[in-house]
Design a protein around this ligand. Sequence first.
Ligand code: ADP
Ligand code: MG
Length: 530
Amino acid sequence: MNKPGKILIVDDEPANVRLLERILELSGFDQFVSTSDARQAVDLFQVFQPDLILTDLHMPHLDGFGVMAKIRALTGPQTYLPIVVLTADITPEMRRRALEAGATDFLVKPFDHMEVVLRIRNLLETRSPHVQLQQQNATLEERVRDRTSRLEEALSELKATQQQVIQQERFRALGTMAGGIAHDFNNALASILGYSELLLHSSDKSPEKITTYARTIVTAASDAARMVARLREFSRPATNSEFVQALNLNELVEEAVTLTLPKWKTGALASGLTIEIRTELGNIPPVQGDPAELREALFNLIFNAVDAMPAGGTIRIQTMVQGEGVRLEFSDNGTGMTEEVRQRCLEPYFTTKGNRGTGLGLAMVYGIIHRHAGKLEIQSQPGHGTTFNIDLSGCSHVPLASVPSQRKLERPLHILVVDDQPLLCQLLRESLSKDLHTVETAANGREALEKYRTGCYDLVLTDKAMPEMDSDQLAVAIRKLKPTQPIILLTGYGERAQEASPGTSAVDLVLGKPLSLGTLRQALVDVVAA
Ligand code: ADP
Ligand code: MG
C-alpha cells in the first residue's frame, strides 16, 4: 500500500480520541494529530496538512458541520480531501446534512476496529492519485512559469536586438541621405568655389565676364537652396491650417491620371510599349487633405510604376471604404522589388535607378501620407509587381454631395514664361514641368511676342519689369491677338496675389514674388480653369 497518510482527529471525547489513536497505531499509521477542542481544528489543519480528517459531529463551541464548512472553504473544490464523520447515532436527515457539508464517509460508534482501518485505507488510497496529480500540476505550473519567464527574457532580448536593428537602419538611412545631400551639395559648392576663384583671379575683369560668373554662382547657390527646400518639404510637419478641405479622392485620382498622361501614355507609346491605367473608384466618403500634396504623391507613384514597367503593363488604382477611412490601392504589374529594396525604398535618396533617379519620390510620398496622418504599406515581389496601400482618414460627417466641387485642370498646360532673368525662367520651367506642364521661355517682351505669334499657349506668365517692352505693353499686344488669352503677371513689388481689376490691366492675375509652388498651382487653376 501507499505510504500511510497524515490523519487529523477531532473529537470532544478524549476517550474516543485515544481509542482512535490506538487503533491507528496498531495498524501502522504513525502520522496523526488529535484535538478534543473543535475550535483548534482549523489551525491544526493548516499546520499539519492532513490527508484525511476524522471528526465527531456533536461537539461544543464548534460542531462537526462547522469544522467541515471551515475546512472545505480552505481547500476549495479541486482538492480531494476525505472527511470521515464519527457518530453514535445518525438519522438519514443528519447523514444528508453531513454529506452536504462535505463529509466523505461515516464511521459509527462504537467503532469496529477493522472497519475503521479499512475505510481509512480505502479513502487514503483514493486520495493518493489526486495528490499525485496535484503535485504533477504544481510541477507543471512551476515549469510553465519557468518557461514563461525564460520566454519573456528571450522576448525582451529580442526586443532589444530589434531596437538595435531599427537604430542601425536609421543610421543607414541617414547615411544614404547624408551621402545624397553631400553629393548634390558638393556639385553646387564646386561651381560656387570654382567661379568665385575665377572672379577673384581671372585677368579678364570685364563687366560681362563678371556678370556671367556671378550668374553661375547664383544659379549654383539657388540649386543648393532648392535642395534644402526639397528636403524640408518631406519632413515638414502638418500645420493646423492645413487639411481644412474635404476632398474627393476619386477626382484627385482621375486628375492625376490625366495630368500624367504624357508620361505614361504618350511617352510609353513613343518607345513602342503600352501602359494602361485602370481605375476602380469606389463610393467613398471625402478625405481631409491637401489636394496639391496628394496629387503629387499620386504623380510619384505613377512615375515609379511606369519606370517599373519597361515592357509595358497595367497600373490599377482602386479606392474603397476601409473601416472609418478610405483606402487607395495602387498597384502595377512591373518588375517588383526585392525585400531589401522594399524595406529601403522610402529612404530619402535611396534609388536603384542610378543617375536617372533622385530617390526622393517615395520619401516625398511617405512624408505626404505621414502629414495626412495616413498609413502606407507596400507589398512587392520581384517579377510580380508592387502594391501600395494608402489609408487615409475620411471625414464622413461631411456628405460627399456637399463637398464644393473643385476646379481643376483638365490637362497639362502649354505655358509661355517671360522673364529677363534666365534663372527665374529656369526655376519656373522646372516647377511647372514637375506638374507636367510644358514651358517655352522668352527673355523679353519682343521675343515673347514673336513666340506667341507662332505658338499656341494656354497661359502666359510674364515678369513685370523687362527691358524693351514692359509687361503691360506685352499683355496689351497679346490681347489684341487673342482677347481671351489667360495672362498672369509676376511682380517683385507686391507680396500678395491680387485679382487684377478689370480695365486697369490686361492681365488676369498679379502674383508677388517669391512665388511658392502651391500659389502658382492655385493661380493656374484660377486663371485657366475659371
Ligand atoms: P527614384 O524613383 O528616384 O529611384 P523613389 O523614392 O521614387 O526614387 O523610389 C525609390 C526606389 O524604389 C526606386 O529606385 C525603385 O527601386 C523602387 N520602386 C519605387 N516604386 C517602385 C515600383 N512601383 N516598382 C518597383 N520598384 C519601385
Ligand atoms: Mg521615383
